[in-house]
Write a protein that binds this ligand. Structure first.
Ligand code: GLC
Length: 459
């Protein structure tokens, strides 16, 4: 009797399961497992490409200069990236050490880089006449990189998109009067349809970067985008996908996977409700995301390498942006930086991939940043300013089995500080000094690399 009751209950449950799964985040694989490759990867390429590459003065140019649709049309009519060779982009990304990429399928201007059936405002209708996304996805996949799509929630071209405080025509009262009956539900339908296309026509999409919500007066939020419905569809179509945090669903379970501090370095590992969470900072080379001809604030290779190290030292990922030109190329400034980072990554990737923040017991040494590979049980000391002769590592005494420079695997000798006096390792150390530190004996000249790294094998 009992057994029969139990088994019919089981049948009932198993019949109900698919329905439950379709109803919500139950389709979501556990976050940590889903994000494992991403956490391991640490370094990706952001690509902002669209019509704004032609004016070449920021991807928000339409809004900043309040350009009308009629005037902006010239960039559409002119769009013809004749030198576009995504294999070259993918090669550069891989050589820089990047493991995934995220490309703007549509930015706020509304222009679609793929051949969407829901609009004519797309690459295939420009003089170029071809889809840009398929070959890009194929090229990056062929180099072994994971695929991500950025998709703008805002749309400054769509006729059903209600004018809000970020819209280029916000201060144009005539335009607003004409647009006053726009129905955001119609726009949401377009948005959902396009996201469905993106998640069904390009194979596995590893990450999705939806951008962005701005609740409040003349703003837009989850109700406008119908974010909860949207995230359900996203997770149904691609259960393994990793989604960012800009759908205005921070309080909804399964509404986001990682936080996205933008052009900003958090002081420490990003937390929510007192808990460390996955995070990725997106950064530019020079301030603008879209190609900007006249920008002069380009970061150096060294600054970018340090930015990557610092991000990983706080448990985060770095998504570093390139804004390709309207010819379809990465300009020389971008190429120089990608190549420069690649030179360093080739010898030092071990201190980045699979690494995270070091346990608190290991104090951060002066002028240095630490990363930690828990699986390999190694700590990496990134020495930003090479000290004279000795580097003191507090909290490391008794814990290190072997130390070497990472670039050439040459041994670095070290001793517990408490023994330094006894054997004259460093004449300046007083006999009998006690401490939790070890002292690394460094060569006078640092290795000739962008940022020297010492690899410590823990016991
Ligand atoms: C933003 C901006 C934008 C850029 C992006 C990257 O919110 O509007 O132009 O695409 O974030 O994170």
């Amino acid at each position: 009797m009992r057994i029969a009751a139990a088994s019919s209950l089981l049948i009932l449950i198993s019949l109900a399961l698919p329905a439950i799964a379709l109803a919500g985040q139950e389709t979501e694989a556990p976050r940590e497992a889903r994000m494992e490759w991403w956490t391991e990867a640490r370094f990706g390429m952001f690509i902002h490409w669209g019509l704004y590459a032609l004016p070449a003065r920021h991807e928000w140019v339409k809004q900043r200069e309040a350009i009308t649709d009629e005037d902006y049309q010239r960039y559409f009519d002119q769009f013809n990236p004749d030198l576009y060779e995504p294999q070259e982009w993918a090669r550069l990304a891989k050589a820089a050490g990047m493991k995934y990429f995220v490309v703007t399928t549509k930015h706020h201007e509304g222009f679609c880089l793929w051949d969407s059936q829901y609009t004519d405002y797309k690459a295939t209708k420009t003089p170029y006449g071809k889809d840009l996304i398929k070959p890009m996805v194929e090229a990056f996949r062929a180099e072994g990189l994971r695929v991500g799509f950025y998709h703008s929630l805002l749309d400054w071209h769509h006729p059903d998109y209600p004018v809000d405080r970020h819209h280029p025509m916000f201060n144009n009262l005539e335009f607003r009067a004409r647009a006053k009956d726009r129905d955001v539900r119609k726009y949401a339908e377009y948005l959902h349809n396009q996201v469905r296309e993106l998640l069904t026509e390009f194979g596995t999409v590893d990450c999705l970067f939806m951008d962005y919500s701005f609740p409040g007066e003349n703003g837009k939020d989850r109700n406008d985008w119908q974010s909860e419905k949207l995230i359900r569809m996203i997770r149904e179509l691609q259960p393994q996908i990793i989604v960012n945090d800009r759908l205005d669903l921070l309080d909804v379970p399964g509404g986001w996977d990682y936080r996205t501090p933008e052009q900003f370095m958090p002081r420490e590992w990003v937390e929510m409700d007192g808990k460390r969470i996955p995070w990725e900072t997106c950064q530019t080379f020079s301030g603008s995301w879209g190609y900007h001809r006249d920008e002069a604030t380009w970061k150096s290779v060294r600054q970018l390498v340090v930015m990557l190290i610092e991000t990983v030292s706080k448990g985060g990922n770095l998504l570093l942006n390139v804004g390709p030109t309207a010819r379809g190329t990465f300009d020389d400034r971008a190429v120089a930086r990608l190549e420069g980072m690649g030179v360093w990554m080739k010898d030092h990737g071990r201190s980045i991939y699979g690494c995270t923040q070091a346990p608190d017991a290991f104090k951060i040494p002066q002028n240095s940043l630490l990363t930690y590979n828990p699986a390999a049980k190694r700590i990496y000391v990134h020495v930003l300013e090479w000290p004279m002769g000795a580097l003191y590592l507090d909290g490391f005494a008794g814990r290190v089995a072997y130390a070497q420079l990472l670039d050439d695997a040459s041994e670095v000798k070290f001793i517990d500080q408490s023994r330094a006096g006894e054997i004259g390792f460093f004449p300046g150390e007083r006999k009998g000094d006690k401490g939790e530190a070890i002292i690394l004996r460094l060569p006078v000249r640092p290795p000739d690399v962008t940022v020297p790294v010492i690899e410590l094998f823990l016991k």
